[in-house]
Design a protein around this ligand. Sequence first.
Ligand code: SAM
Length: 288
Amino acid sequence: MATLGNPKNTIEVLQKYNFNFQKKFGQNFLINTGILEDIIEAAEITKDDFVLEIGPGIGTMTQYLCESAREVIAVEIDKNLIPILEDTLSAYNNVEVLNEDILKVDIKALAEERNAGKPIKVVANLPYYITTPIIMGLFESHVPIDSITIMVQKEVADRMQEGPGSKEYGALSLAVQYYAHPEIVVNVPPSCFMPQPKVGSAVIRLTRHEQSPVDVENEKLMFQIIRASFNQRRKTLANGLNNFPGLNLSKEVIQQCIEELGVPVTVRGEALSLEQFAQLSNIIGKHL
Ligand code: SAM
C-alpha cells in the first residue's frame, strides 16, 4: 500500500535517513494524497503500462505508480535518495531505480528495450529548473510516448496551453502543441509540498498527437522560424526573421513570404497560429 504522501510519514522517512534537501536538484516533495491520486487518475495508468518516472524523490508517487502499472523505471539524480528508495519501494517487484541524470539517459533505447518500442507513459513531479529541456527532449528525440503527466510551475503550464493573442503564448506553447494536446489537470498550491516552493504549480497532461495537426515539410526550419519570431517579441515578424542568425534570407524575400501567407507585413510573430507557422515555413522552404 502507498504509505507516503502525507507530512507525518514523509518527515519520518527524512529523519530516519537524516536527509538534507538539495536546492540545486529542485527537491520539493509532495505531501498531499489528493493531488497524488489526481495525477495517477489523469495519467490513466493500467497494468499494461510501462511508466517512466523522472525524479522519484523518496518514492512517494512511485509507490502509487507501482500499484497501477506493469513496470516502473524511476530515474533519480541524487545518490543520497537511492538507499531511501530501496527501503520505501521494497514491497514492490515491478520497479527499478536508476541513479542517473535524466538528461543523459537514452530514453528511446530504454523504451525499445523494456517496452518493445511501444508508447510509454511518463509521469513526474519535475525539477522546475529543467522542465523545458526534459519535455522538448522527449518530443524531439521521437521517443515513443503515449502521454506525459507532469507537475510544473503554474506559469509554465499556462504557457503550454495558450494560443495567439495571449501574452503567455510563445515558442514553448507552439512546440508542445505541435507534438501533443495539453490539458491542465489541477492547480497545486505551495502548501502541498515539503519544503514549500515559492511559486504555484499545476499538473498538466500532454497527450501525444497520433498525427501531426499541421502539414510541415521541414520541422527543423519551422522551429527555427518560431524561435526567430519570439526571440525579439516586440519586433515585427519580418524584423525577427531578418535578424536571426542562420536564416539567410533577404528583407525582400521575407516580405514576399509573409505576403504570400496572407497576413500584413507588419504582423508580429505572436499573432500567428501553429497552422500559419507551418504554412510560412513551407513557403520560406521554397526560397532556400
Ligand atoms: N517525485 C517526488 C515527489 O513528488 O515527492 C520528488 C519531486 S522533486 C520536485 C524532483 C526530484 O527530481 C528530486 O528527487 C530531484 O532529486 C530529482 N531530480 C532533479 N534533477 C534531476 C535530473 N536531472 N535527473 C533525475 N532526477 C532529477
